[in-house]
Write a protein that binds this ligand. Structure first.
Ligand SMILES: Nc1ncnc2c1ncn2[C@@H]1O[C@H](COP(=O)(O)OP(=O)(O)OP(=O)(O)O)[C@@H](O)[C@H]1O
Ligand SMILES: [Mg+2]
Length: 466
């Protein structure tokens, strides 16, 4: 038996409460019956004493019997179980007369005490309880005598003895029933918990798809809630687990490409002695691939931080027009090289309560894409405006567009549109997932619409104020 188990404790408490309740109930029954039987006896003794009173006379000095029939009544004459004894005392509590059976009984009843007049008393005679009642007689407001009636409590004691035995038997029976029944009830309540523990113990990283199932049945609400809550926890764990393994394999895959290129290039270069311009070209390639690797690692670290909530917005009032102006000058050269027109329409009074650096990074990725994926003679237009208490920043281009199949995935990590490789072979597919994480940190929303071969439009909504 495990003394610390819930089952043991529940059983113990259940038994304790039940036993306490039974003991209290039995004690109440016992006390009530004991009092009732004694009251009955007292009434009988009182009636008998009153009967005797009627056979007495008091002449002011002496108390005497006018009728001696009482002495010959069976209950006062014979000595047996139903005998009622009596004694009559004068005002000085000297015995005037006593019943025949009392004389026969040869036992001594102590003198009545003044304090007990009008009440009942009890003494023990040869191991038997004798109930005594004292009825005082008054003359002109003063006690002129006392009638003492008494009877052995034989029947009362037998009844109480029987009751005691019945109560003990009832107690033992109830105890056995409660202990057995309680154990049965507790076991039924606990069994789903044991099944939950057993199931939960079996779930590991390898079988995270499994869920806890306690089977159909009328299970308590709390148990059902617990199972549902544990299963929801497993859902979340499974998702996180999948994300982590996806992340690991994505990173491994993405880093493998540039590193393999570097390795192959170095191996080929080292095969024979080469001219210095060949070495320079290899080194240039290594530099490019290393930069790409560094950029991937940086983005991944940033994403990991953003998703774990380490990055917090350091917000303040940001002039959107100034911020976009800065981005335009950053991308001026790239746009010129690609022969893409960069246009910008924004009032100078558009402010947003945001983190300037994060917002810069988010817009940088979108504008970079817009220029990157727009061919020569194309156009990229940036517009900012206030709409319903929000600031709307849209970046539209006349570039290659995104196919319907790619569109739902472009915010996923490492996802690249099928038509993107040709134009931008070195892209990692991380820019937009970074932007999305940032926009979420800034409590904004990002939307995209695109037409293949015609152009793409990204819209970011940000709260104007806190
Ligand atoms: N303005 C755009 N026009 C056309 N396609 C776009 C545009 N912006 C994004 N895309 C598509 O979405 C994909 C994901 O973009 P994202 O910026 O995340 O990655 P990337 O540009 O490929 O690489 P990098 O990590 O270097 O930014 C791109 O590969 C491209 O297919
Ligand atoms: Mg990009």
């Amino acid at each position: 038996m495990n003394y610390k188990s819930l089952k043991f404790r529940l059983n113990l408490w259940y038994l304790f409460v039940f036993i306490l309740a039974i003991l209290i109930a039995e004690a109440l029954v016992y006390i009530y019956l004991d009092r009732s039987l004694h009251r009955e006896l007292d009434i009988l003794l009182n009636d008998e004493a009153k009967k005797i009173t009627q056979k007495l006379k008091f002449d002011g000095e002496v108390l005497s019997f006018v009728d001696s029939t009482e002495f010959y009544e069976a209950e006062h004459f014979y000595l047996n179980e139903s005998s009622i004894f009596f004694r009559v005392f004068d005002k000085n509590l000297n015995v005037i007369s006593e019943s025949e059976n009392l004389k026969k009984g040869k036992f001594v009843i102590p003198q009545p005490r003044a304090s007990k007049l009008g009440e009942a008393d009890e003494i023990e005679v040869n191991g038997k309880r004798l109930r005594i009642f004292y009825l005082p007689l008054y003359y002109n407001g003063e006690v002129c005598g006392v009638i003492e009636t008494s009877k052995f409590e034989g029947t009362v004691q037998t009844a109480m003895g029987l009751l005691r035995t019945s109560l003990v038997i009832a107690f033992i029976l109830t105890f056995v029933l409660v202990a057995y029944g309680g154990n049965l009830i507790v076991s039924r309540l606990i069994s789903p918990l044991e099944r939950i523990i057993e199931k939960a113990d079996k779930i590991t990283g390898e079988n995270l798809t499994e869920r806890i199932d306690i089977g159909a049945g009328n299970h308590p609400e709390e148990i059902v809630k617990l199972v549902n809550s544990l299963n929801r926890l497993l859902d979340r764990l499974e998702r996180a687990f999948k994300q982590i393994s996806q992340f690991t394999s994505d990173v491994a895959h993405e880093l493998l490409t540039p590193l393999t290129v570097i390795k192959d290039e170095v191996e080929i270069t080292l095969m024979k002695k080469r001219r210095s311009n060949e070495y320079i070209s290899t080194l240039n390639l290594i530099q490019k691939q290393t930069e790409r690797t560094i950029s991937i690692i940086k983005s991944m670290l940033y994403l990991a931080k953003a998703e774990s909530g380490v990055i917090r917005a350091n917000s303040g009032m940001v002039n959107v027009s100034d911020l976009i102006g800065e981005l335009i000058s950053t991308f001026g050269l790239k746009a010129k090289q690609k022969n893409v027109k960069l246009r910008f329409y924004c009032n100078s009074d558009v402010f947003v309560y945001s983190d300037e650096k994060l917002l810069f990074e988010a817009l940088r990725n979108i504008i970079d894409n817009a220029i990157e994926y727009t061919g020569s003679n194309g156009k990229v237009e940036i517009v900012c405006e206030k709409v319903n208490g929000k600031v709307k920043i849209s970046v539209s281009d006349t570039g290659i567009g995104i196919s319907e199949d790619d569109l739902p995935h472009i915010f996923d990590r490492f996802y690249r549109g099928r038509n993107a490789f040709e134009i931008n072979p070195s892209g990692a597919g991380l820019g937009l997932s970074l932007t999305k994480s940032i926009v979420e940190i800034l409590s904004g929303q990002i939307e995209v619409s695109s037409q293949l071969g015609k152009g793409t439009k990204f819209v970011i909504y940000l709260p104007e104020k806190l």
